[in-house]
Design a protein around this ligand. Structure first.
Ligand SMILES: [Ca+2]
Length: 417
């Protein structure tokens, strides 16, 4: 690490540690919402992004580094703090490294997010299925005190680092906020390199003890963030227990035995069809939606049918089953919870369905057409069926029926355009 930094050693020896610093504080949005195994992956990815952005910054300012005899590799201080990191440019004078670095970092992170597109992440700012993350960035500038910490690494103390952490707390995802000193400094000393029009009007924010500070947002960033599909009206990855009720004499519980994403899925247990579990939606939905998700039945899972339905408060509705013994499937109607067979079963195009996750995509169209497609984990279609029924037209719940035990994960309901 930067214990070999001759520049920082000089700051310690000659200036008693006091020097002008530029600080970029990056904070990962909703970090703690993730499972601990996912948190580790997110931090590793974040660390890679930091390194890439620092390399870009070092390349951009290579002439400056040579002229001033500083080394971006060893002289920049990186500190893991809270749900993110502070990057300190301790070069003794105002400059634009911090802004260049912050912009590069946001760009790298957003390109990475775009490569592993995830609806849940886009909708909620976090997910357990990918290592995507959004950053908030706070920038401060001023005199700080460099010291060697108990790990024998260079560290920083003083108001300027505390201020950076206050500023980042006021930032929104994908936003770069400057402290007042950092804003004034970059305009005064780097006029030729930054456009004043890129800064917003100062905003007063209250920090603790009713103290008010002024911050300025930097608008000169192009961040393309995908808007979540507003057609998705329900989604559950089962990472947060609760919200599901038992139906009849069956039970559903959050379980870590088999998962498609994260650490938990929903386990159907305790009794056979129609008993099971249910989730009441936020409001009633009409015809014209796609219900999709993943299911898994272990070969020692007992009774054979995985069976889901979309129903109303009288348990009238539509659904389907996958029969593991016969390796067949079929669309069905539910009349007061009892299954009515409106189409013949068909063979699934594999020898067995147990011990592997498979995806179901169940479309309920506005004209009463019901379509079911099953896919294996590689995305290959292994079963397709369609039929039509117009008896029911409004639904308000997802019901887990069938034999026990099997597992459901990553389900969603998307309204058709
Ligand atoms: Ca899950």
């Amino acid at each position: 690490m930067n214990v070999q930094s001759s520049h920082l050693q000089d700051v310690l020896d000659i200036q008693e540690g006091v020097t002008h610093v530029l600080i970029v504080f990056a904070d990962i949005e909703k970090y703690s919402r993730r499972t601990s195994s996912r948190q580790k992956k997110v931090i590793d990815t974040f660390s890679d992004c930091l390194d890439k952005a620092l390399t870009e910054t070092a390349n951009e300012f290579v002439e400056y580094a040579q002229k001033k005899n500083v080394n971006f590799e060893t002289d920049i201080i990186k500190l893991p703090i809270g749900d993110g990191a502070a990057v300190v440019f301790p070069f003794g004078a105002p400059h634009t490294f911090h802004l260049f670095f912050a912009k590069a970092l946001l760009k790298i992170v957003n390109e990475m997010n775009a490569r592993s597109a995830c609806d849940k992440f886009v909708a909620e700012g976090w997910c357990n299925c990918h290592s995507n993350f959004n950053l908030r960035i706070g920038i401060s500038a001023g005199d700080g005190i460099i010291y060697e910490d108990i790990n024998k690494r260079f560290n920083i103390a003083g108001g300027v680092i505390n201020l950076a952490s206050r500023v980042v707390n006021a930032a929104r995802p994908n936003e770069i906020l400057f402290s007042e000193d950092a804003y004034k400094s970059i305009l005064e000393f780097s006029q030729d390199k930054v456009d004043i029009n890129h800064f917003g009007k100062g905003l007063d924010i209250t920090i603790k003890h009713d103290m008010v500070i002024k911050v300025y947002d930097y608008k000169g960033i192009e961040v393309k963030t995908d808007k979540p599909s507003d057609k998705i009206i329900f989604r559950d990855d089962f990472e947060i227990p609760g919200g599901w009720a038992n139906y009849g004499a069956g039970s559903v519980i959050h379980s870590s035995e088999y998962v498609h994403s994260g650490n938990l899925s929903l386990k159907k247990d305790a009794n056979t069809d129609p008993h099971g579990g249910l989730k009441i939606l936020d409001g009633p939905i009409p015809l014209g939606f796609i219900f999709s998700g993943w299911m898994y039945r272990p070969s020692d899972g007992g009774l054979n049918l995985d069976r889901l339905g979309i129903e109303n408060d009288e348990n009238n509705g539509y659904g389907f089953y996958v029969d593991h013994r016969k390796v067949e499937f079929r669309i069905e109607r539910r009349d007061k919870g009892r299954a009515s067979y409106i189409v013949d079963p068909q063979k699934i195009n594999v020898h067995k369905m147990t011990d592997a996750w498979y995806q179901f995509i169940f479309g309920v169209k506005t004209d009463g057409t019901l379509e079911l497609c099953l896919k294996d984990t590689s995305g290959k279609e292994i079963a397709v069926m369609s039929t039509r029924d117009t008896r029911y037209g409004t639904f308000d719940r997802i019901v887990v029926h069938g034999g026990y035990r099997y597992y459901v994960d990553d389900i969603q309901i998307e309204l058709c355009p």
